[in-house]
Write a protein that binds this ligand. Structure first.
Ligand code: EPU
Length: 422
């Protein structure tokens, strides 16, 4: 297992290009199941989660290859084993989003029930409810979800809201299944995340008839079949937000290319409120901090609210604010594995249920810390850039799930990060 050594404090300065979105790519890869033939995706990041998703599709019968230009080709001509195996789904929960497309294409699917997760309980009851509404018969056997639709799926009005709002991958699953269902489906309380809009746009290129894209009400006119398409994945707004915080926490200046500010208004607004300057520039923006970090309150919410996937990174930033901040996690109320680790670096954080009170400190101090999940690990890297001394972050594989060679992208702009095998 790799360990990062992060020497700080540093001031970042220069340009970074944001990669394609992991969370847009994963359901779009699953969408390739819906149309027999070769789909081609560009701007697909080189991440371990993407490789795991590739393995999952490979076991179904798909053939995957990366072209010399980096494009990912998925040939789904043959799908003869509609099974999402435990060995793969347990490594990547997003594997659940093959359930809807498999059911639509093969009229049958067996997908391992995802297990526990470091960011909290992650039920899939709404996915199941939505697919049942479309006519699927679903039961659980030996840890697998067994879904059947021998008479095909049938469009329906479906409400997809849950106790924490909409569900991103639940919406993806039901949306993909509905494209090939007979008749019209309305998905009410659909997730509005840009990654779902990207999926819907890709599905429309494949011949689906989806309207209301980007809104909480998606209307799908079922079609008889879809055809493979070529699609460029949207930039990763969470990676962009992480690099914005990197500029902010180091009092630096970063020009981010391939970054859509329109997808990040809640994040941009929060950064501006705490004293960070963000100016649109070309295909991205310039992020600068010259003055102190002001305290700020954050409540995570489904899109267009502040994303849970940036909560940990903002906690690292606000740890150094001149005053007290409050962070409330409303999407995954237990997503606070980073709190104890940041406190090891001399942050002053107090957790009260789904809330963390952040008392700003003058400086962070390097310490050995452990990555526990993807975004918590990103927060530790950010804290390490600003902390005095050399921070050792172990279990770097968590970071590699969602950030492509983060050290090779931060070092050219002033970071001092080394990667070593444990
Ligand atoms: N929920 C239910 N029932 C369900 C599904 C979800 O109660 O059937 C609850 C969850 O427990 C949670 C809330 O609804 O409280 C939202 O969960 P959601 O289903 O939207 O999460 P997800 O689709 O499993 C995706 C991202 C996550 C991101 C969340 C929220 C992918 C591959 N994953 O997960 O990304 O945090 O949406 O925005 O798109 C990450 O990239 O680090 C990551 C964890």
């Amino acid at each position: 297992m790799d360990v990062f050594g992060i020497e700080g404090p540093v001031r970042l300065s220069g340009s970074v290009t944001i990669n394609g979105s992991k969370n847009a790519t994963l359901p779009i890869m699953a969408a390739a199941i819906l149309a027999a033939g070769k789909s081609v995706l560009s701007a697909v990041p080189h991440l371990s989660d993407i490789s795991v998703c590739g393995q999952l599709l490979g076991r179904l019968g798909c053939k995957l290859s990366r072209g010399s230009n980096g494009n990912l080709c998925i040939d789904s001509t043959v799908i003869d084993n509609p099974v999402g195996e435990y060995e793969i789904v347990r490594r990547m929960r997003a594997g659940i989003c093959i359930l809807g497309p498999l059911l639509a294409r093969c009229e049958r699917a067996e997908v391992s029930m995802p297990g526990g997760c470091a960011i909290g309980d992650r039920p899939i009851n709404i996915h199941i409810r939505g697919l049942r509404e479309l006519g699927a018969k679903i039961h659980l056997k030996n840890g697998y979800i067994i879904a059947e639709a021998s008479k095909g799926l049938k469009g329906k009005d479906i409400f997809m809201g849950g106790p924490f709002g909409s569900t991103v991958l639940g919406t993806a699953n039901v949306l993909m299944a509905a494209t090939l269902a007979k008749g019209k489906t309305i998905i009410e309380s659909a997730a509005c995340e840009p990654e779902i809009a990207d999926l819907a746009n890709c599905l429309n290129k494949m011949g689906a008839k989806i309207t209301g894209i980007g809104s909480p009400r998606l209307t799908v006119e079922g079609v008889r079949e879809l055809r493979p398409a070529e699609h460029r994945v949207i930039p990763d707004r969470i990676e962009a937000g992480t690099f914005m915080v990197a500029a902010a926490i180091t009092a630096g200046k970063l020009h981010l290319h391939n970054c859509r500010l329109d997808d990040m208004m809640a994040v941009v607004d929060k950064l501006r409120n705490v004293g960070v300057t963000i100016d649109a520039a070309g295909d991205g923006c310039v992020v600068t901090r010259t003055g102190p970090i002001k305290p700020g309150d954050i409540t995570t919410q489904p899109y267009p609210g502040f994303p849970t996937d940036l909560q940990a990174q903002f906690m690292a930033l606000l740890s150094l604010a001149e005053g007290n901040s409050i962070i409330i996690e409303k999407v995954f109320p237990d997503r606070f594995m980073h709190v104890a680790e940041l406190n090891r670096m001399a942050a002053n954080l107090r957790k009260e249920g789904p809330t963390v009170i952040v008392a700003g400190v003058k400086k962070l101090i390097a310490a050995p810390v452990m990555a526990s999940d993807l975004r918590a690990s990103a927060a530790l890297v950010l804290a390490g850039l600003a902390a005095e001394g050399t921070t050792a972050v172990s279990r770097v594989y968590h970071i590699d799930r969602g950030y492509e060679k983060i050290e090779e992208r931060l070092n050219p702009v002033g970071a001092k990060i080394t990667r070593e095998s444990d």
